[in-house]
Design a protein around this ligand. Structure first.
Ligand code: HPA
Length: 246
């Protein structure tokens, strides 16, 4: 049996119209996850939900215990993971509130616990990561956005930045030269750890600002919050549709 887990990011600490079945306070060999794993009933489907930054939102991207989060979801029975994330747009065709479903990523983070293969007794894992995101889930997300006539970039390269500060315009110019079309702070090591645990993983991203140097002179939290509201409304509509299908 498949069981979907949704990891909610900034702007998505909870899902609408759900019934909470159980709140699981899990401990893992890697510490405690960001929040209890919630077992939910959404439209008659059972799924798992974890608030990446805690509930309420309090853990910055570089302090998230990604290993505990993915481990706890697997312990709770997750067989596939859908990650929701707020991002900056590097592709200049993007507008705040647009959705994106990346198919590639580049990891610029540092100093994060990024693997389960880091002790002498752990098996050394050189997992294949050629295609970091699950194709079937990407297609489902893109189809749902299309059916809902929502603006959605159906591919793209997610650049995982360290944060918590936003980038300089030179950093974004470099990421653009590297081929990144999106920039966020939480995509790694989350995707890599999911792969190590053999959990199919996909990302539904919401563009909440144009990345540094590409839009207004400075990026304000007010602008980000406005775009988040629009974008997360769209995310919930897409999720409602794909959850109804699985
Ligand atoms: N950069 C990095 N992460 C982000 C951004 C950004 O511009 N916007 C939202 N998350």
């Amino acid at each position: 049996m498949t069981r979907l887990a949704i990891i909610g990011g900034t702007g998505l600490c909870e899902l609408p119209r759900v019934a909470l079945l159980e709140s699981l306070e899990l401990d893992t060999p890697y510490g405690v996850p960001s929040a209890p794993v919630q077992r939910l009933d959404w439209q008659g489907r059972e799924l798992l939900f974890l608030a990446r930054h805690g509930q309420p939102h309090r853990i910055p991207p570089h302090k998230i215990n990604y290993r505990a989060n993915l481990w706890a979801l697997r312990e709770a029975g997750a067989t596939e993971v859908l990650a929701v994330a707020a991002v900056g747009g590097i592709d200049t065709r993007m507008a705040p509130g647009d959705l994106a479903v990346p198919d590639q990523l580049i990891d610029y983070t540092w100093g994060r616990e990024h693997t389960y293969a880091d002790s002498a007794d752990a098996p050394l894992l050189h997992v294949d990561f050629t295609a970091p995101y699950d194709r079937a889930w990407r297609e489902r997300l893109c189809a749902a956005a299309r059916e809902l006539a929502l603006p959605c970039f159906e591919s793209g390269t997610y650049g995982a930045a360290q944060g918590p500060r936003l980038e300089t315009s030179a950093e974004i110019a470099r990421m653009a030269r590297d081929g990144c079309t999106l920039v966020g702070m939480t995509g790694m090591p989350e995707a890599g750890l999911a792969r190590e645990l053999e959990l199919p993983y996909a990302c539904l991203a919401v563009v909440v600002n144009l990345a540094a140097g590409l839009g207004p002179e400075i990026i304000t939290m007010d602008d980000i919050h406005q775009a988040l509201e629009l974008g997360m409304g769209r995310v919930k509509a897409v999720l409602e549709r794909v959850v109804g299908e699985v």
